[in-house]
Design a protein around this ligand. Structure first.
Ligand code: ADP
Length: 155
């Protein structure tokens, strides 16, 4: 059986924390699908197309990784693409409590899909898309928190 994991998120914007989780999980799975969750009622700083383009570029040379966008429940998208694992990153105990609830509810809905957590690397647990967005909105320098070559310009 192929081990396919979905790494769901908003990636608004993608950070070095996200990329670290995917790269470190490559040895655990045959394929990782980075899934951009699209929620039409939620306003994002960057359009879906841009987020997809960034992720595609970051993982260009990695055959194991693909990038998709999806709407609706994460577990339903897992079914659609044949993913039997959900990959999530854990930074802090706050992440843990939030992730625990989602993972346990997902497990109740779909017992065949297992959520796997990877702890953030030392030094990356403070990297957070929400804070990166605030820096950008206020004209600060955020390039240290995102992978090289990512154009963060707005509009
Ligand atoms: P964020 O939580 O930063 O707004 P996402 O919703 O796109 O970003 O998160 C997608 C996944 O990436 C989540 O599992 C989240 O915990 C994880 N993640 C984000 N930043 C980091 C980091 N610095 N270290 C480890 N995991 C991270």
């Amino acid at each position: 059986m192929n081990r396919i994991a979905l790494f769901p998120g908003s990636f608004d914007p993608v950070t070095i924390g996200h990329v670290d989780i995917v790269n470190r999980a490559l040895s655990l799975f045959d394929n990782i699908v980075v899934g951009i969750g699209v929620n039409s009622s939620k306003k994002t700083l960057y359009p879906t197309e841009k987020r997809k383009e960034w992720l595609g570029k970051i993982f260009e040379g990695k055959d194991q990784v693909s990038v998709e966008q999806y709407e609706g429940l994460t577990v339903d998208f897992c079914r659609e693409i044949g993913a039997n694992f959900i990959l999530r990153g854990l930074r802090t105990s706050v992440d843990f409590e939030f992730e625990r609830a989602i993972a346990q509810m997902n497990r109740t809905m779909h017992e065949d899909i297992e959520t796997v957590f990877v702890l953030s690397s030392p030094g990356l647990s403070a990297v957070n898309s929400t804070i990166v967005r605030e820096i950008i909105k206020n004209g600060g320098e955020a390039s240290k928190f995102v992978p090289a070559g990512i154009d963060l310009s707005l509009g």
